[in-house]
Design a protein around this ligand. Structure first.
Ligand code: FAD
Ligand code: SIN
Length: 505
């Protein structure tokens, strides 16, 4: 090598070291056009969205001493995850009553339904990962993070009780999100930026190298900046995107109320770097959102948690039961929609959720909250019209084992009212179907890699949680969304740890 060439190389490498030093010093550095992947990985990782998927991924990274910058578009963290009210699935766990539960995989395949006729092998891998990792997900939350998940209920479409929540009054979503956040915030390697929306992913060649994002200050000033590093996208679903993705993929659901706050979906972040979409028209309409008597036409509804039916509650239309309340959400909703709506804007049906004292005791903290909100009232069966008493007497006979339930329900949990009379106490609320969850999203591998049209992982980006598609097929089982967030969120975190360590070598 000539002396001039050697000198030029020396100067270039000194400049390179200086540039890398400047780049590492400020995580807000402006993007060079082409950044070596090694430099990107050393800054740590970027997580987009602070729901349970994002927090699970971030927890794995922090546990491996990898710095995390977490960007959240809302002023407060937690996404829909913080609202979760029934719990997280796990099987087999110590908390489940009875013999070891081996049916979770089969129940999930059955619930996924017609979707299993396409991409079956791919879906089986995802469902296998979800269900086989479910016990360790519950252990991770319970043992590693100290979150009480000792109470277990059977939700619709499950053949066993496997949805875990705490025995105290704290709802499971809040308990899980607040505990993980607290633990993350205790680390100097963790930085949370709220009111910051990621607009696009940055690329260098075909690899994702970071994000461009815009933050809104309390004074409503906006600043757009860039961050560089491997990216985990956990932006949630599009059930609140009525005028956007929902209108595109399910125009028939226009005017349905929703449990999700209005907000745009963000799958385009990933499709713009080659991700594929799956199951976008599979939208879950949950059968029971409360119609608030104080604001009956609000398009945003409080969810009447499925655990209320799981603990023994029933549904009445015109004073009569009409279906097995513990069938999958898809089927219970379809049974309600067979009748015409009684209101058009929003579209609402007339269904009563009825609970007895036994259910009240089993789900006291939920029900007290709904009573406080004016969504459930304590009354007597005589107040529910003529047909309610014989209907509830017939149900009580099935609970007592006098005959089989005429709708095929086999689990009655804590329903205790075996001799109903007109003056027996019940708890009732009006409910209607609500857009709740989107099964569709970007295609991922079981390692949470984002796959392109050839099924090849896009370098530098991973995804987990409701933004992904394929894990639930045509219908998600209650309790399996928090589970998918933990399982695939942790998988994404672990893969990024490997990626960063490999790049560091
Ligand atoms: P989310 O928790 O929704 O988090 C996504 C976050 O990303 C949000 O905070 C959002 O603001 C942020 N974000 C979006 N786009 C951007 C962007 N471009 N830049 C920055 N940030 C962005 N599931 C269960 O398993 N069990 C339950 O008991 C249960 N109960 C539920 C009760 C209710 C009322 C609701 C609405 C849902 C419930 N679910 C339940 C479903 C479950 O809570 C969610 O599907 C799941 O938590 C989604 O988690 P996630 O991390 O994927 O998304
Ligand atoms: C519910 O509590 O009914 C919601 C549970 C879920 O969406 O998994």
């Amino acid at each position: 090598m000539s002396r001039t060439r050697a000198l030029t190389l020396l100067i270039l490498s000194i400049l390179g070291i200086f540039a890398a030093y400047q780049y590492n010093r400020s995580t807000m550095a402006t993007t060079p056009k082409l950044i070596p992947t090694s430099a990107i990985a050393k800054n740590g990782a970027i997580v987009v969205g602070s729901g349970l998927a994002g927090l699970s991924a971030a927890s794995e990274l922090i546990a491996a001493n990898i710095p995390v910058r977490l960007l959240e578009r809302n002023a407060k963290p937690g996404g829909n995850s913080i609202k979760a009210s029934s719990g997280i699935n796990g099987a087999p766990t110590l908390f489940q009553p009875g013999p070891p539960d081996t049916e979770f995989y089969a129940d999930t395949i059955k619930s996924a339904g017609y979707a299993m006729s396409t991409a079956r092998e791919h879906r089986e891998k995802l469902i296998g990962t979800l269900t086989n990792s479910s016990a360790s997900a519950v252990t991770w939350l319970n043992t590693t993070h100290g979150i009480d998940l000792s109470k277990v209920a059977q939700l619709g479409g499950h053949s066993r009780a496997r949805t875990h929540r705490g025995a105290g009054g704290t709802p499971p979503g809040f308990a899980i999100v607040s505990t993980l956040l607290k633990s993350l915030k205790a680390s100097p390697l963790f930085e949370l930026k709220t009111s910051c929306t990621v607009n696009r992913l940055l690329r260098s060649g075909s690899s994702v190298t970071g994000v461009e994002y815009t933050c809104i200050s309390p004074e409503a000033e906006s600043t757009t900046s860039e961050l560089h590093g491997p990216v985990i996208v956990t932006t949630g679903g599009f059930a609140g995107d009525a005028a956007g993705l929902l209108a595109t993929h399910r125009p028939d659901l226009a005017n349905f109320p929703s449990t999700n706050d209005p907000a745009p979906g963000f799958t385009h972040l990933l499709t713009s770097v080659g991700a594929q979409l799956l199951d976008m028209s599979s939208v879950q309409v949950h059968p029971t959102g409360f119609v608030d008597p104080a604001n009956p036409s609000s398009p945003l509804k409080f969810l009447a948690a499925e655990v209320l039916r799981g603990e023994g509650g029933i549904l009445l239309h015109d004073g009569e039961r009409f279906f097995n309340e513990l069938e999958t959400r898809e089927k219970v909703t379809a049974a309600i929609l067979k009748n015409p709506p009684i209101e058009e804007k929003p579209k609402q049906w007339d269904v009563l959720l009825v609970l007895d004292e036994g259910v009240y005791e089993a789900a006291k903290s939920h029900i007290d909250f709904y009573i406080f909100k004016g969504l459930i009232r304590k009354t007597t069966i005589g107040d529910l019209g003529e047909k309610a008493l014989p209907t509830i007497q017939e149900y009580a006979g099935a609970v007592a084992g006098k005959y089989e339930d005429k709708f095929g329900r086999t689990a009655f949990a804590n329903w205790k009212l075996l001799e109903p009379e007109a003056d027996s106490v019940v708890y009732v609320g009006r409910v209607t179907p609500v857009v709740h969850f989107t099964m569709g999203g970007v295609v991922i591998s079981e390692k949470a890699e984002v796959l392109d049209a050839q099924g090849v992982p896009v370098e530098g980006v991973w995804a987990a949680g409701e933004v992904t598609g394929g894990v639930h097929g045509g219908n998600r089982l209650g309790g399996s969304s928090l589970l998918e967030c933990v399982v695939f969120g942790r998988n994404a975190g672990e893969r990024v740890v490997e990626y960063v360590k490999k790049e560091e070598k």
